[in-house]
Each structure stands twice: as C-alpha cells, then as structure tokens.
Design a protein around this ligand. Sequence first.
Ligand code: F6R
Length: 608
Amino acid sequence: MCGIVGFIGKKQAAPIILDGLSRLEYRGYDSAGMAIADGNTIRVVKAVGRLDILVEMTHNGETMKGTAGIGHTRWATHGQPTDVNAHPHTNVSGTITVVHNGIIENYLPLRKMLQSRGYEFKSETDTEVVPQLIDYYYKGDPLEAIQKTLHRIEGSYSLGILFADRPGELYAARKSSPLICAVSDDGAFIASDVPALLKYSRSVYYIGEEEIAKLTEREISFYDVDGVETEKTPTEIKWDSSAAEKGGYEFFMLKEIYEEPRTVRETLNPRIRDSRVEIEELGMSDEEIKAVRCLHIVACGSAYHAGMTSRYVFEGMARLPVDVDIASEFRYRNPILDPSDLVIVISQSGETADTLEALRVAKSKGCTVLAIVNVVGSSIAREADRVMYTWAGPEISVATTKAYSAQLIALYLLSIKFASARGVISDAEAGELLEELKKLPDQIELMLGSREKIQRFANRYVAARDVFFIGRGIDYAISLEGSLKLKEISYIHSEAYAAGELKHGTISLIEQGTLVAAVATQKELYQKIISNIVEVRSRGAFVLAVTNVGNSEIEKVADYVIYIPETNPYFTNSLAIIPLQLFGYYVSLGKGFDVDHPRNLAKSVTVE
Ligand code: F6R
C-alpha cells in the first residue's frame, strides 16, 4: 500500500528510483510520481496508472537530471486517483517536496489553519498539509521544521522530504508505517520495503517510531522527534536476491505456490529437535504454558483464516479455549482479556495497521503478545513481546499463498507444544504428529503435480458468476481461504459457508450450474458433508470435491474430485489449500487478469 523510494548519491537518481518503485509494485497502487532535485531546482512528474507511464514520460528517468530524488506509488485513500492527487506534493513555491504513506488524521483542521494564513491547496489529499506545514515552520533548519511538523500531525506516516535549498540532503520520518534506509558506495536510500534496496545493500536500518533520518550521499543520521541524535545498528537481510525475481514463472503467485514445499520445510525443520518441538522464540517454560487460560488469535484476511484453522487444532489437540478475531473488530470492541491469556497476532507483512493496533490493545491490557510474522524487523515484529518468524522469504504477489502455508505450520507447532506442555498428549503422540508434519513438503509437491488438471477445470469456470465453498470444522476454515483466493484475483463473487448453515438461508442461491466447492477431509464429519453435497447437487449445483485419498465413494455424489494424500486430520488444510490456490490462480489467468496485482488491493495494508 503506497511505495516510497528515495535516493541521494553519486549517480543519476531517477532511473534508480523508477527501478526501486518497480520492485514495490506488488504493494498495489493507482498512480505514481517522482521528484528530482537538480541543484536548487526540484522537478516533479506524476501520472495516473501504471509505473510504465512514468518510465515512458521520462525515458526511464534519463530526462530527469539530478542525483537526489524521491518517488512514490500511490494507493488512493483521500481523493481520487488523479495526477493532482498523486505524490510528490509540494509547498506553494515548490521548494519543499514530500512523498507520504499513511493517513494524516487531523489534516482537515491543519488545512484550515494553513488556509487562514494564506496557504493555497491544489489536491484533495491529506498529504498536502505536510509540505505546507513544514514550509510554515521552515526558518532554514530542515530538522527543526520536520520536528515541529511531526508534533502537529496525528495518524500514521512514512515520509520522504526534499528541500530545494539543501541539495545534498534527503530527509525521512516514520510513525506506524514502514520505512527503511541503507547506505552503499553509490549513495543512501530510503524505501518502504527490502526488495527495493536488495540490489544495493543487505544491511538496512529500520527507522523507529517517530524518528527522523537525515541522508547525505555518504551517511545517515537518526534523530528522535525532539531532535536528539540516536544510535542505530543495521539489520542484515539474509534473503537471496533471486527470491524477489520471477525466475521464469509468468506470475509471482505461481512461483510462490511452487515455493510452498520449501517454505514449509524451512518453517518446520529448525523447530524440531529429537522428535520434540523446540520453539526458543516462544520463551515460555512448560509451567508458563500451563498457566495460560485462554488464547486470543488476532489477524486480518488470510492470516485470520490461518487463525481460524488453528482454533480447531489448538482446541482439539491441546484442549485450550481459543478466541479468533478479525483485528479491525478486536481493536474497537474493548475485548475482555486477562493478563494470563496469551495473544497471538499473525501477519505476513508485519505492518498491517489493524493487527498492529490490536497488538497494542492486548499489551495495554497486560497480556503477553506472540507475533507470527514473515517480515523480519517489521513493526509488529518489533512491538510484540515474542516473535516466531515464518521463513517464507519475500512474498510479492498480493494474494498470499506461501506465507499462509508457513503460518499454518507455525500454528501446528505451537499446538503440539501446548498439547505436550499441558499433558494432553504424550511424547510418543507428539512424535507421531511431528512425523506427519515432516511429510507435508513432499505431499504438497505431489499436490502441485495436479496443476494441469486444475487448470483445465478452472478454464471451464472463467465465466462463473457465483461460487460457493462449503466445509465443516477445519474444512470450513479451508473454505474461507479458498473462497478469498478465488474472489480477490478473479473478481468472481464467492462465499464460504459452514456447510451446516446452508439450510439457514444460503441454499436458496443455488441454481442450475452454480459451482460449489466442497471440502471433505474430516473423517468424523464426512457423512454430514456428503449430505450437504447431495442437497446442493439436487438443486442443480456442479460440485467440485476436495477429499482424502481413499474416499472414492464421493464420486457418486460429486462431479469432479481432487484427492489429497493421507495426513493427520489436523493438518489437512496444508494439502487441501493447494488445489484451491491453483484454482484461483488459473481462473484469474484464464480471464487475462494481472494475477499479482488485483484491482483495489494492496499487499501491505498500512492504513485502517
Ligand atoms: C489475501 C491477503 C490478505 C492478507 C491480509 C493480512 O490473499 O493476502 O487478506 O492476508 O491483508 O496481511 P498481513 O498478513 O500482511 O497482516
């Protein structure tokens, strides 16, 4: 959601900024812009639509001279996606230029105050108050003007700022919105995320909450919001730079689905020792685990769906009560939390605004917060009490696949750990569960082998209007994710229902030819879901069933069957989700959509 790249150094800035922005395209955007300082002049270009337009307008940046600049891809929040609303924004005289990610919540009173002092505004954005306010406070000291501005603005921001009368300097600041920086032999950089910088440096600085960074071509200095200089140590990024490239796949989404076996292995293997689960990051003794009375799992979107699956696993395996909440609901409903409860927040990006705020609510109520996060050093990782990383590597496609699979593994491991510590399962039972988990990567590989079969099936449904996903228990949680995968990238209306709920209203929507995907992996609920399949089929539905190998009698009631290999019933999600992810992918591909960049969506939702 909005991408920022800035550079100051020895090379021409515009091509570097355009290249960096292209590596942040996955975040989602609807317009792009760039400001380049050449001596004491700052030139701004912006355009609605894809970054390619900006690339063409500037001949890949060649026509914009200057070795310092800031660039931005905008995902519209305040004001339509138009050239005027696109970033960078400037003060009236064009001498202070700003790119911004986040939301300035008090922009209206600030705008009024500035207008009453003669400041004219061009755009409808919240961002434009920032350069104007900096201008209001600017008396020749950029740091002082930025500090005063930060004291006045409320909300979230990551900012890149250029001053025309300071050609050798680039400023950045951050609060509740991601921004990192790095220095290399070529110069100094700022960016919203690691892929934009990987080419230049693996040693990055995470700008802290309400911190300001001053970049010159050789160094970066950091200051708190009161101007006191702070010390910072860089974080080494271990990602292989090829991880952020497509590697021959048409879309990142397919590449990332194919990376799931490796992701599962890397999240799983380091945490199994001598047939036991060892999660050092959890930092809890068995006694402390036993003292936990209730788990609260909080997340958004697919991460919430991973949490939904784990409710069945934790409750079934560890006999521990679990609440699962959508972060945007949890944060505003004054949840009843006891300090003995453990709160688990789940997030791929580690930057989701609602999840971050939910974490803060939980901490304010005295709970310990464990974060399951993919991006090292992200805001959620930094603010949580404990962090369990999913080692999925960079996930570029907007629709999550491999990070979701890694989240499931982290949650299974925690469930086994809790079940053992609470004495619900014996060491031998824990060992057997771990043996089943270790088989998953090869079994996922096997599921990927059905790719062509799923593509053929998906091609028949590119024109579908409505699709329903049904399941019971864990299969309901799988259905939620399968349905989201389809709708977000194919724009086909799709819903997931707990199959037992169908008769309470939804079944009236089933008509001749409606596609119903029925997930049937839970032995104890198998006959129940078969009855639901019969019910929808007798009303004209075409049924795609996903079930365990051996359940061949399902072919009598379903039209098309995909089998998953035998695994423990708690872990079936990891296998059943693969054909559903592939189905969503191939429907989107068949419709000719840009699979990795679905309309209206952003990879990292850093605003509410
Ligand atoms: C769907 C998807 C989203 C994210 C959600 C949370 O494919 O990717 O639903 O799961 O926006 O994002 P994170 O995990 O970054 O907190």
